[in-house]
Design a protein around this ligand. Sequence first.
Ligand code: ADP
Length: 547
Amino acid sequence: MFGQMQDVPLLMNRILDHAMINHGEREIVSRLVEGNIHRETYADAHLRARKLSQSLQGLGMGQGDVIATLAWNTHRHIEAWYGITGIGGVYHTLNPRLFPEQLVYIINHAEDKMIFTDLTFVPILEAIQDQLTHVKGIIIMTDAAHMPDTSLTHAYCYEDLIDGQNGDFNWVEVDERAPCGMCYTSGTTGNPKGVCYTHRSNVLHTLVGNSADVMGLKSTDSIMPVVPMFHANAWGLALSAPAAGSKIVNPGPNMDGESIYQLLTEEAVTFTAAVPTVWLMLLQHMEANDLKLPVLKDVTIGGSAVPRIMLEKFERDYEVSVKHAWGMTELSPLGTIASFKSGMEDMTFDEQMDIKVKQGRAPYGVEMKITDDDGNELPRDGVAFGHLMVRGPFIVGEYIKGDGGNILDENGFFDTGDVATIDPLGFMQITDRAKDVIKSGGEWISSIEIENVAVAHESVMEAAVIGLAHPKWDERPLLIIVKNEGADVSKEEILSFLEGKIAKWWMPDDVAFVDEIPHTATGKIQKLTLRSQFADYKLPTADSAAE
Ligand code: ADP
C-alpha cells in the first residue's frame, strides 16, 4: 500500500527550473579562460542550457549517453551539466590535472561519447584523441572569435551550437534513479574508480547541503565555488546555489591569491569553499598586502585537513567563520561538517577552535560508524580510532562496472578508507587514510595530527609525515618539511616546537627538509610518492635499535 502524496520525481533539472522561475534575475558571474568577466542571469543560463540540450540531440546524443566536461568553473560548465542531464544524458567531470594516460583510461572506461572542453585543455585532447574509443566529437567552450586552429577532428564551437537553437525544449523526463553524473576518484593506487550519481541522489544531496547546519546557502548569498566542478562536484554548489537562488561567482582558471581576492571583494562574496592550499595562497596574499575581507562571512574548507593555524587566522584576523568539512567523491561528496551545537557559541576561542579543527558532524542523510579490523563497532569516545564507515541515499553503492567488487559491509556501510575518531557529541576527526597511518609498536600514530602541529611553526610552509620501516617498532614517523621562503630552521628547533603538543611516542624520529612535496590531482599530499622517494632513507634511530 502506498500513501497518497504526489510522486514528483527528484530530477536535477527542476533545480534550474526553480532558479529560473523564482530567481531568474540572480547573476552567474564568471572569469573566463578568454580573460574577461562574463555576467548572465539564471534565466539566461536556463535558456542556454535548453539550447544546448537541443544541440546535443542534434549531434545524435540521447538518454543514457555519457558526455564529459574538461573545464574550469564557469557559466558554460554549469550550463553544460544541465544541458547534458536535460536530454537524459550523464555529465562526467574530468580532472585536467590527471596524467594523459589516466584521462584516456577514464574516458574510455566511462564510454564518453562527447567532451566539452575549455580552450586551455584543447592540446591535451589533441594529444590523446586517437586513443579515445567512444568519443564522437569535442565541443570547445568558447565563441567563434576564439576558436583555435585545432587538429581535433569533429570540433564544435560552443557558442555557435547555442546560437543555432531556439530554446523551445522540454527536459527529457527520466526516472529519478536514472544516472545523471559521473566522477572518478583520482586513483592514487591502481586505476581510478568511477562513481555514478543519480538524479535522486543529487537532489537529496542538494537538500542536505543546503540545510542550515551544513552549507545553508540563502538567496541573499553571493557564493564562490573555488573548489572545481571536476573535484567531487564542487561539493554540490552548482546545484545548491540555484536551489537557494544564490548569486554564483566562478573563478574560472585563476585560483591564485590575488585573483581570488579580487573576485571576493568586487563581487561581494559572502560564502566560499575550497581546499586548504587555495586558502594558503589567499592568506599569504592578504598578509603581504595588508588586506581585509569585509564582506565574506563563511568559508567551507575540506578535501584535506584544515591546519589549526589557518582556522585561527580566518576566524581571528579576518572574522570569517570557518566550517571544516569532510567528504569524498563517493559521498557526492559531503560527509560531515563542523558546525556548532547548542552552547558552543559561548565557549572560549580556543575551545571553539578545538571543535572546528575536527571534520565535524554527520548531517541527516549520512550514517556513520567506526570499526576495528574485524568490523566491530568502536566506541564514540573521541579516543578510539578505527575505519570510518558510512551509509546513506547519496553514498556510493558500487563502483562503475562493478570495479572493486562488493564495497559495502553486511549492513550496507561503505568503507571510506579513512581512519577516524568520533566523540560523544558526534564530532568526527580524521586521523589518517588507512594506508597512511603509521603503525608503531602495535599502536597507530596519526600523521595528519603531527602535520597540523608542524605547519603552525612560522618557518614551515608545508609538512608531511610518513612511516618508515624500523627494526624495533615496525614503523616510525619521518617529518618532511618545505620551509617558507627565506626561512632558516633546524631539525632540533622543529622537534622542540612539537614537544608537548603531541604524544611523546609520536615524536618524529627525524626531520627531512625538501624543496617540494608532491601533490595528487586533487591537491592532496602524495604519500605514496613520498614513501618511494624516502624508501632508502635511514632513520637515525634505526641503527641503535638494531644493535
Ligand atoms: P580523491 O580521492 O580523488 O583525491 P576526494 O575528494 O574524493 O578525491 O578524496 C576524499 C578523501 O580526501 C577522503 O577520503 C579523505 O581522506 C580526504 N579528505 C577530505 N576532506 C578531508 C578533511 N577535511 N580532512 C582530512 N581529510 C580529508
